[in-house]
Design a protein around this ligand. Structure first.
Ligand SMILES: Cc1cc2nc3c(=O)[nH]c(=O)nc-3n(C[C@H](O)[C@H](O)[C@H](O)COP(=O)(O)O)c2cc1C
Length: 330
C-alpha cells in the first residue's frame, strides 16, 4: 500500500473533530502465551460484516499489550455498560495488574471475560493491518452475549449517556393557540413531574396530619439537626409555602421536634419519635425513587439527575445549600 501523503494538521483540532463521533466504550482482553491476562480500554471498535461475522478495533503501536494481541489467536471485546466508567478508567491506565480483584469468567482459549457488560464478543483473530500509529485487528466473532444493559458512551473526550429519543408519535403536541404554553414547556414538565412524584409521598403525610412545610422541616433536620429558625427558613426557602413558626409549633405539639434555647435563641432538634417518623418518610421516598429508576435504568436515571443539577446551578439565585451545615449566625 502507498504511504498516504502527510497533511499538516493541528493534532488537537484533529482529535476534537474525531471526538464528535460518539462511540461506545469497550475493554478488549486476551491472554499471553505464558498465561497473563491483558486488557485495555478501546473505543475504536466497530462492526465490519454480518456474514461472516467480523468486528474490528485498533491498538496503538506503543501499547504495552501489543505483543500479546499481535500473537493471540483469540481476544474478547466487552461493550461496557453505563455504570462501568471505573472499569473503563482502570483498563485505560498503565496499572500493573488491571485484573486485580475482578471476578472473571474463562472464554474460548482461556480468554479472560469481564462481567456486568452490555455485550461481549469472543473473537478469533482473522486479520491484522497496518494503520499508521495503530494496528487494526479484525476478528471473526465465534461467540457473543448481551445483557440488555444500557451502554456507556464516549463523546468529545468525556463519558456520556445515551438517552433514547421519544418516538415521533409521543412527541409533544403544540397548542393551536399562539401564546399558550405547550406540553414541551420546561416549567410544565418540572411542575408536573414534581407534583406526581410528591403525590405518592403525600399519602403517608396526609394520614399522619403533617403538612408539606412540616415535612420539609423534618427532612431538613434529618440532614442538619439543631438549626435555628433563620437557618431552617434559609434551608427550605425554596419550598416554604406558609409560616415556619406555625409549622414548627405543630411539630413540637406532635412531639416530633423539641426546641432548646441557648443565648436567647431557639434551636430545633428531632425527638426520637420525630426521627423515627422522618426515617419512615425517607424510606418511602427512596423506595419510590428506586421504583422509578428501575424502570428508567442507570443511564437515564443518572442523565436525569445530571441535567436537573445543571439546571439548579444555572438558575440558582444563591439559596442556602442544605448539605453544607450552616455556621452559627448564617
Ligand atoms: C475511552 C477510551 C478509549 C480508548 N481507545 C483506545 C483505542 O481504541 N486503542 C488504543 O490503543 N488505546 C485506546 N485508549 C487508550 C488505552 O486504553 C490506554 O493507552 C491503555 O493504557 C493501554 O493499555 P496497555 O498499554 O496496557 O496496552 C483509549 C482510552 C480511553 C479512555
Amino acid at each position: 500500500m502507498d504511504t498516504p501523503a502527510k497533511v499538516a494538521f493541528d493534532s488537537r483540532e484533529f482529535r476534537s473533530a474525531l471526538g464528535t463521533f460518539a462511540t461506545g466504550v469497550t475493554v478488549v482482553t486476551s491472554r499471553s502465551s505464558s498465561g497473563e491476562p491483558v486488557g485495555l480500554t478501546a473505543n475504536s471498535f466497530n462492526s465490519v460484516s454480518l456474514d461472516p461475522p467480523l468486528v474490528l478495533w485498533s491498538l496503538a503501536r506503543n501499547a504495552r499489550s501489543l505483543p500479546v494481541f499481535a500473537n493471540a489467536s483469540h481476544w474478547a471485546v466487552h461493550i461496557l455498560a453505563a455504570d462501568q466508567e471505573a472499569l473503563s478508567n482502570r483498563f485505560a491506565s498503565r496499572g500493573e495488574d488491571k485484573f486485580a480483584g475482578l471476578e472473571l469468567e474463562s472464554g474460548i482459549d482461556d480468554t479472560p471475560l469481564l462481567r456486568g457488560c452490555a455485550a461481549r464478543f469472543q473473537c478469533r483473530t482473522a486479520f491484522q493491518y497496518e494503520g499508521g500509529d495503530h494496528i487494526i485487528f479484525v476478528g471473526e466473532v465465534v461467540a457473543f452475549d448481551h445483557s440488555g444493559l444500557q451502554p456507556l458512551v464516549f463523546h468529545g473526550g468525556r463519558y456520556a449517556f445515551a438517552t433514547q429519543k421519544l418516538p415521533s408519535a409521543a412527541a409533544p403536541r403544540t397548542p393551536a393557540l399562539a401564546g399558550s404554553f405547550s406540553e414541551d414547556f420546561l416549567g410544565y414538565l418540572l411542575g408536573r413531574a414534581h407534583f406526581q412524584f410528591y403525590r405518592r409521598l403525600r399519602r403517608p403525610l396526609a394520614s399522619a396530619g403533617i403538612s408539606d412545610d412540616q415535612h420539609f422541616v423534618l427532612a431538613t433536620l434529618t440532614v442538619a439537626d439543631g438549626l435555628n429558625a433563620l437557618q431552617l427558613s434559609a434551608s427550605i426557602s425554596y419550598f416554604l409555602d406558609g409560616d415556619l413558626t406555625k409549622a414548627l409549633d405543630g411539630l413540637i405539639a406532635r412531639g416530633f421536634v423539641t426546641a432548646t434555647t441557648s443565648a436567647g435563641e431557639a434551636h430545633y432538634f428531632l425527638t426520637t419519635q420525630g426521627r423515627d417518623f422522618a426515617l419512615q418518610l425517607i424510606a418511602a421516598a427512596k423506595s419510590f425513587e428506586s421504583q422509578i429508576f428501575d424502570r428508567f435504568g442507570y443511564a437515564d436515571s443518572t442523565a436525569l439527575k445530571t441535567l436537573l443539577r445543571r439546571l439548579i446551578a444555572l438558575t440558582d439565585p444563591g439559596l442556602a445549600d442544605m448539605w453544607s451545615v450552616p455556621d452559627e449566625g448564617d
